[in-house]
Write a protein that binds this ligand. Structure first.
Ligand code: NG1
Ligand code: MG
Length: 535
């Protein structure tokens, strides 16, 4: 684990800027004047008091390892959700919230705030954009009532007029919903506690991490952590254990020759429906890696401690790694030894995967074989592993899945090492692109061949980009459709974009509109996280 002990004050609180702030993120002025103008058009004669914003995110490396508790390396992106907010003092005694969205497919909404200070109600069976606002409202209100019970007992929250200006494409795996909810929660806290109230990033994370559960989405915490902690020029090392933290690592400045690091994010426009295909894709992988952890533990004779809060109540691959080193090397915490130590341990895990699971690489594990390896009956195995989430399979590919997870966790650490190097340590700027890009390409290969979560479309996009100036190209997010991410030096960006348009989009979708095309590709540097701007 990289050293994460150097957090400063600036890392602790959500930053507040105004027109004069010297240190404000470069995108902010343009975003703010745009959203203020839009607010004034939507609410004639009114001026907003403040703006909150929170960005979308993309995962650079570390795919399908978060649910095995291995750390990942995402970054915040330039597209975001900005909210211009006017506080309407409660004099009318009937406080309400009025929402206007820049996107005409999201019609204006107005709802009353409960007068007795009770929580708003959310109906998850109705799909409406205002539900996402209500999620952020609800979790922030819960925070306020918990921490300031006297102030918020029996009194309504303050009324607001809000203009929502978002440019994170919806439903493309870039976390538009998280960006929205983080900005909303911050808005509610500020409006009700006063603009001078400092909001801790860690509090905002605690609030928002479960917010989407109210609309029926059971996600982890990578998205919120990345949106909140995003920092210009930095990737975020997001750890899940022992607690969820996001540590920014600055990309090196590349001077010989001078160039800038850009990420091109391109949507295949193939929608991966997790709900429909989960039983043979996402959910099956979750089961396979948990079975792999338990089979490895059984074969190595180590006992797995598990997190009683996890759905499976079974250890995962990270738990296996910990247990292995506690048993055989009396190492109490295998994450305290720095990057090199982590790499050494993951390499040992890869050796074990070859030795123990390698003989079954071709055949995979049938239910009977898996039960036998775990020393339990077929019925017991089925009950413990195969009925928690619905899945369908012929054999469990434990060798391939475990190999992906450990090698991908290792690539994340290698990627952190590359980022941590000083720009001057690279003989040439190309060295950086080659080193980081190679890790991204290896990740794609492992996702395609070992984890089998890529598709012909994702592979094709990666090939086109690599032939046209990308140094690292891979799927991002769950795969089976969705987006790709490409590491591209500034001077190659146009060529990569044009190649994707001509060779992918126009070929596959001859009738594609300019609007769809415009949303399909995003070019972003690592961007700043959640912040507010006082007008
Ligand atoms: P996307 O496809 O970006 O939503 C999903 C999971 C992540 C992670 C990745 C694979 C959800 C909400 N998110 O991401 O937690 O497992 O797949 O790395 O399901
Ligand atoms: Mg989402």
């Amino acid at each position: 684990m990289p050293d994460t002990s150097s957090n400063t004050e600036a890392d602790i609180y959500v930053p507040t800027y105004n027109a004069q702030s010297p240190d404000k993120p470069s995108v902010l002025d343009a975003k703010c004047s745009h959203v203020i103008k839009s607010f004034q058009e939507a609410f004639p004669g009114h001026t907003p008091d403040f703006i909150t914003r929170s960005p979308g995110r993309v995962n650079l490396i570390g795919e399908h390892i978060d649910y095995s508790d291995f750390s990942v390396l995402p970054m915040a992106i330039d597209v975001d959700m900005s909210l211009a907010v006017k506080i309407i003092p409660n004099e009318s005694k009937n406080p309400s919230i009025t929402l206007v969205n820049v996107d005409p497919q999201f019609a204006q909404r107005k709802f009353d705030l409960p007068l007795d200070g009770e929580y708003v109600t959310i109906d998850p069976s109705v799909s409406d954009w205002s539900n996402y606002f209500k999620c952020g409202l609800l979790v922030a209100h819960t925070f306020l009532k918990k921490h300031y019970p006297d102030k918020f007992n029996n009194v309504p929250l303050i009324g607001l007029e809000v203009f929502c200006l978002g440019d994170v494409p919806v439903g493309s795996g870039l976390s538009s919903s998280t960006a929205f909810i983080c900005a909303v929660a911050l808005t509610i806290i500020k409006a009700n506690m006063g603009l001078a109230y400092p909001v801790k990033k860690s509090d905002l994370l605690k609030m928002t991490i479960t917010a989407e559960h109210y609309v029926g989405v059971n996600n982890g915490g990578m998205d919120q952590a990345t949106s909140i902690w995003g920092q210009e020029g930095h990737a975020l090392y997001v750890q899940f254990k022992p607690t969820l933290t996001a540590t920014p690592f600055k990309f090196p400045e590349l001077i010989s020759p001078p160039t800038e690091i850009q990420f091109v994010i391109a949507n295949t426009l193939v929608v991966a429906n997790k709900f429909e295909t989960g039983p043979i894709n996402y959910n099956l992988r979750v089961v396979e890696v948990i079975v792999a952890a338990n089979v490895l533990a059984s074969m190595c004779g180590v006992a797995l401690a598990y997190d009683p809060e996890s759905d499976f109540q079974k250890g995962n691959l990270r738990d296996f790694m910990n247990a292995y080193f506690i048993t055989f090397s009396k190492d109490k915490d295998c994450w305290n030894g720095g990057v090199e130590n982590g790499i050494e341990k993951l390499n040992k895990m890869l050796e074990l995967v070859e030795e123990k699971l390698g003989p079954y690489a071709e055949s995979g594990f049938t239910v009977d074989q898996a039960a036998f390896s775990l020393g339990c009956s077929r019925e017991e195995f089925t009950r413990n592993y195969l009925t928690v989430v619905p899945i369908r399979f012929q054999v469990l590919k434990l060798y391939q899945r475990a190999k992906h997870v450990f090698s991908e966790a290792l690539r994340v650490l290698e990627a952190v090492k590359v980022i941590m190097r000083d720009g001057q340590d690279f003989k040439s700027s190309i060295d950086f692109f080659e080193q980081f890009g190679t890790l991204m390409n290896q990740s794609q290969e492992s996702c395609a061949n070992m984890y089998e979560c890529s598709t012909p479309e994702l592979n094709e996009m990666c090939e086109i980009a690599l032939q046209n100036g990308s140094y690292g190209s891979r799927l991002t997010g769950a795969g089976w459709g969705g987006c790709t991410v490409h590491l591209v030096p500034n001077e190659n960006v146009e060529q990569v974009k044009n190649a994707l348009v001509e060779q992918y989009y126009k070929k596959r979708y001859p009738y594609i509109t300019q609007q769809v095309l415009g949303n399909a590709i995003i070019v972003s540097k690592p961007a700043s996280g959640t912040c507010e701007y006082i007008i």
